[in-house]
Ligand binder design. Structure first.
Ligand code: 8YV
Length: 309
């Protein structure tokens, strides 16, 4: 049996249903009865960015062998506990890199050039009353990236085409990279115009963007987050935006999704997206194929395609 934690993708659900005895967690009213009856037959969990496999779920499934996540980020999977218990874990890297990097550039352009606000301006008939205000140029702005992994590097490559000087923060300097390295996020923030969060969420990176970082970014600086909401101290971000201590923000992720702080709804220098970094038909299909490929490899005792644990 395979347990899916949430209706994350209908193609994935349909393909899992064809191949396995599929249990849908969101349709189970009485969890205790369900686990009493089926826990010994569930050998795999399919989770995603919103609902993975925590210690409680793992403990409820004594026959669990593998967690195959429909996401690259594994912050909702207890990796240490899986390792300890010999449970394999896979994710969906690479296939979503281009989409997430494309969206990061889209957020930069939309935020600096006010594209969403322009659209609202036209629709509400305001254009007839006068021209739109001037905005901020994107090409040539200094882009600082937190996390120079697959996604961070793809963002850097795209931003280079806009003549943006690139710098980055990561745990250690990447000798193979020509981009400028800063050993702290505060230094990175004070030397860039656009700060981009593109690292995995771990205990070390939780609230990596705090008040000090936002103040280093400053009143002309923009924050772009395509990582995870908890990378940013959200009440501090809201305060910085409301008080004009930073210039604007483009956000695809939030601390408590789908809850978005309502103070942001009235701000035109903020662009708010509903966690759609990997949200194209092409990429979600490729992610689903990778989830299934990993499960099939595991059950036929072949090497996993994208193993993490
Ligand atoms: C989500 C993501 O998984 O890959 C990640 O880490 O955050 C996204 O791709 C997506 O919401 C899946 O439903």
């Amino acid at each position: 049996g395979v347990l899916m934690t949430f209706p994350m993708n209908s193609y994935l659900e349909q393909e899992l249903d064809k191949r396995f005895n599929l249990f849908r967690m969101w349709t189970i009213p009485q969890k205790t009865d369900f686990f009493n009856k089926h826990s010994n037959s569930i050998r795999a969990v399919v989770g995603y960015a919103g609902a993975g496999a925590d210690r409680e779920l793992i403990d409820a499934l004594p026959a669990l062998e593998i967690v195959s996540s429909f996401s690259v980020g594994l912050d909702k999977v207890d990796l240490g506990y899986c390792k300890e218990k010999g449970i394999r874990v896979t994710n969906t890297p690479d296939v979503l890199t281009e989409d997430v990097a494309d969206l990061a550039i889209g957020l930069m352009l939309t935020t600096l050039r006010g594209i969403s606000e322009c659209d609202r301006y036209v629709r509400s008939g305001l254009w007839k009353k006068g021209d739109f205000k001037l905005t901020t140029k994107f090409s040539g702005k200094k882009v600082g990236i937190i996390g120079l992994g697959r996604i961070g590097t793809a963002i850097a490559k795209r931003a280079e085409a806009f003549n943006c000087p690139i710098s980055y923060y990561s745990r250690s300097e990447k000798p193979e990279s020509n981009y400028k390295y800063f050993p702290s996020v505060v230094e990175l923030a004070s030397h860039c115009d656009i700060l981009v969060v593109a690292c995995p969420l771990t205990e070390q990176t939780r609230h990596i963007v705090n008040r000090e970082v936002l103040d280093a970014l400053g009143p002309k600086g923009f924050l772009i987050n395509i990582g995870r909401g908890p990378h940013v101290d959200e009440p501090e971000l809201v305060a910085a935006l409301v008080e004009g201590r930073i210039a604007g923000a483009g956000l695809d992720v939030f601390e408590n999704e789908p809850h978005v702080p309502e103070e942001l709804f009235g701000l035109d220098n903020v662009v708010l997206l509903p966690h759609v970094g990997s949200g194209t038909v092409e990429t979600r299909n490729a992610m689903a194929d990778l989830v299934i490929g990993n499960l099939e490899a595991h059950f036929s005792k072949k090497p996993l395609l994208t193993p993490v644990v």
